[in-house]
Each structure stands twice: as C-alpha cells, then as structure tokens.
Design a binder for this molecule. Structure first.
Ligand SMILES: C[S@@+](CC[C@H](N)C(=O)[O-])C[C@H]1O[C@@H](n2cnc3c(N)ncnc32)[C@H](O)[C@@H]1O
Length: 391
C-alpha cells in the first residue's frame, strides 16, 4: 500500500493532482482512522494506464470514459483528427521558422502578411535591413526575403530593355490631359519610369515638369530621351521615393501618376501628395481596378495575392472624395494601352525563357500575362482626373 506522497513519487505527479484524480473517482484511496489515505497497487497501475492514455492526447475526462467502458472509437477518431490538425499547424510553424532562416520559401507568408498588415509588413522588412526601395520591391515583386536579390536581378533583366513598365499609350495620356480643366505651370510626375508619359506632357503643355522615380536606370533613359530636344530647362528629374517627396507644400498645379500610386497604396498617396498641390490643383492618377462585381475565381485569387488592395471603381471614387478631391472624370485605359505593354513583354519573356529556364521572376510575369489574356475586361486600369478641394 502507498501513502499519497509515495504514490505521487512513483508516478511523477503532484499530491494535488492525485487528490484531483480521487475527486474524479479515477482512483480511490482507503481512508484510515487517522485521516490518511492509502492506495493499492491497483491504483498505481490505474494511474499509469491513465498516463498512457493521456500520452495519446486524451483528456482526463476522456480517459475516465475509456477506463470505464469499451473504447469509444468515435472519440478516438475525433482526437486523432485534432492531433493531425495540431501537427499540421506545428509543421507550418516549423516551415516558417526554417524559411526565415533561409531554408525554405517565404512567399506565402509575405503574401498573407501583406493582406492583413501591409504597413507593419513594410516596416518590419526595413527593420530586417532592406532599404525602403528594396522593401517595397519585396512586398510587390519578389515576396521572399531570402530570394529577393536573385528575383530582382531576373526581374530587371526582363524589364531593362522595355520602354513601358506599365500599360499606357500616348492617346490615353493625351485624353487624360484634355480632361484636366486648367493648364498648370508646373507638373510633378511621380513614378515616371522611362519617361513615355513625360514626353507627352512635355510636348503638349508649356509647363515645367519635375519627373521623379526611384530607379536610376529609368531616369537615365528618360534623360537620354530628351537629350536631343531643346527643352529649355523645362524638365528636371529627381531620383527619390514617392513616399518622401522633397518638395515644399503647394509647389505644383498638377500631379501626374500613371501606374505607380499603388506602390505606396492609393489612399495613402492621395493623402500624402495633396499638400504639395496648390489649392485648387489637379491630380491624374491611374490604378488597376475591378470592372465587374463578379470576377472569375481565378482572376480574384490572382489579384488577392498580387494586389490585395485592388478595388472597384466606385470604392476608389468614394476614397477620392473622402481624401478631399472632386472627381472630374475617369475612364478605362484602352486595349492599345495594354497591348503596348503586354506585347513587348511577351516577346521579351519568349526570348529570355531558354536562357533563364528556372527563373521564378519569369514564371510569375508569364502567369500575370496569362491572367491579362484570360480576364482583362473583368479588371482594367482606370485613369482618374481629380481636382483637389480647397480646404
Ligand atoms: C508600373 S511602373 C510605371 C511607370 C510609368 N509611369 C509608366 O506608365 O510606364 C512604376 C514605376 O514606379 C517606380 N517606382 C517604384 N517604387 C517607387 C518609389 N518608391 N518611388 C518612386 N518611384 C517608384 C518604378 O521604378 C517604375 O518606374
């Protein structure tokens, strides 16, 4: 016979635990006249059996049921299913930690984080040592901090020879320009790329134009484009981030941003850029939007990952009003604008695929082209012409 402290030592449990077992009638000590309890070998073995069942993931209550009756198979199946779920979660945790240590793919994790906490995601990437430029590229393009450099090298290889880095055409830029109610003496173009829209603005206005982008190679091409033209000091380019524009408040009468506001988030861009517009100034901004309320599942899944903040036109219009703009007009970019972008890109992918067969960047660009081919029309680029409300 064992006293409770002896039984506790034998099974490696506390006295309190055994008293709880007693209360649950899992063991039943014999009470002596002096108030002490004595336990038999049968109790000891019963506790050990309970411990074995607990090792299978059963709760104490379930152990009791198992001890008293024939095994309840449904109960065990249920427990097994829960264990499988727990293991799957633990495996996910393990994979995440391993990926963070550079032993696996982090794309899905970055994508999920981007959906639920985009600002925290960006700040965290900067804390990991990425410059703001690279952190933004990681967020939008490579989506894996371990493979970021290789991915971006491949990505830039594709785009380096392409003039357009987004859908657009001279006609659509001119159409937007014609919808701006007043001419401006100074225009700021944000995310100008290699300067195709800049050229349209230069040739069709008399404004001084400041073109900014954070990619030096794009600005170098922009400068080259204007080398042979007499631009009489009307154009200046600045390599700077759209998130930290180095301009005084109320510096420009018109801000122009084709296919770039999404990079910092359209709503944030609308608010952060507004102070550098003169009161009553204008903004032209284009953005990828849903053109239907019922997009195809495949298109939706793709953009959920690649542009989680993609909105319908009516949502964007509301956001623009809320940010202090009147919407002068808006229209969808033409098929020609898409072809101007997609056709050279397709050719480039075709040429590079044999030399870069394993490139993830290439594969992702191909996937995106396929989404355009199949579903363009369910979504599209919308050009918005806005007038900043006077405050
Ligand atoms: C999709 S491209 C559009 C380029 C051009 N507006 C066009 O329509 O061809 C986006 C442009 O934004 C630039 N960009 C990306 N992040 C930026 C940032 N943080 N600040 C300024 N420009 C940025 C890219 O280098 C690129 O030129």
């Amino acid at each position: 016979m064992y006293r409770i402290s002896e039984l506790a030592a034998a099974v490696g449990l506390s006295r309190t635990a055994l008293l709880y077992y007693e209360k649950q009638q899992l063991i039943s000590g014999k009470r002596l006249e002096n108030g002490y309890r004595l336990y038999s070998d049968k109790d000891l073995q019963r506790v050990r059996l309970i411990q074995q069942l607990q090792a299978g993931g059963l709760t104490l209550k379930e152990c009791k049921v198992c001890l008293e009756k024939k095994i309840d198979r449904d109960l065990l199946k249920n427990r097994l299913r829960q264990l499988d779920e727990d293991i799957a979660l633990k495996q996910q945790s393990r994979a995440l930690l391993a990926a963070m240590l550079g032993e696996g793919d982090l794309r899905a994790w970055h994508e999920d984080l981007e959906k639920v906490a985009p600002d925290a995601h960006l700040n965290w990437l900067v804390k990991q040592g990425f410059s703001e430029k690279e952190a933004l590229r990681l967020k939008w393009l490579s989506k894996d901090m371990n493979d970021h450099e290789t991915y971006m090298n491949d990505f830039m290889k594709v785009y380096e020879t392409l003039e357009r880095w987004g859908p657009g055409s001279e006609k659509d830029t001119l159409k937007a320009l014609s919808l701006v109610p007043e001419a401006s003496a100074d225009i700021l173009e944000i995310g100008c790329g290699k300067g195709l829209s800049t050229r349209v603005l230069m040739e069709n206005t008399e404004a001084s134009i400041t073109a900014i982008d954070n990619e030096p190679s794009a600005l170098a091409r922009l400068k080259e484009r204007f080398e042979k033209q007499d631009i009489s000091g009307r154009l200046s380019s600045v390599c700077v981030s759209m998130t930290e524009l180095p301009f005084e408040i109320e510096s420009f009468g018109l801000i122009w941003s084709e296919g770039s506001a999404y990079i910092m988030g359209v709503q944030k861009a609308l608010t952060q850029w507004k102070p550098i517009l003169r009161p009553g100034g204008f903004m032209v901004v284009s953005d990828l939007v849903w053109l239907t309320d019922n997009p195809d599942q495949e298109a939706m899944a793709h953009w959920q990952q690649d542009y989680p903040d993609m909105q319908t036109i009516s949502t964007r219009l509301k956001q623009m009003n809320a940010a202090g703009y009147n919407v002068v007009d808006h229209f969808s970019l033409s098929r020609e604008s898409w072809d101007n972008y997609c056709e050279p890109l397709k050719k480039r992918i075709h040429d590079l695929s044999p030399v870069m067969p394993d490139s993830l960047a290439l594969k992702n660009i191909e996937t995106e082209l396929e989404i355009y081919r199949k579903f363009l029309g369910q979504f599209g680029y919308q050009m918005f012409v806005l007038a900043a409300c006077r405050t």
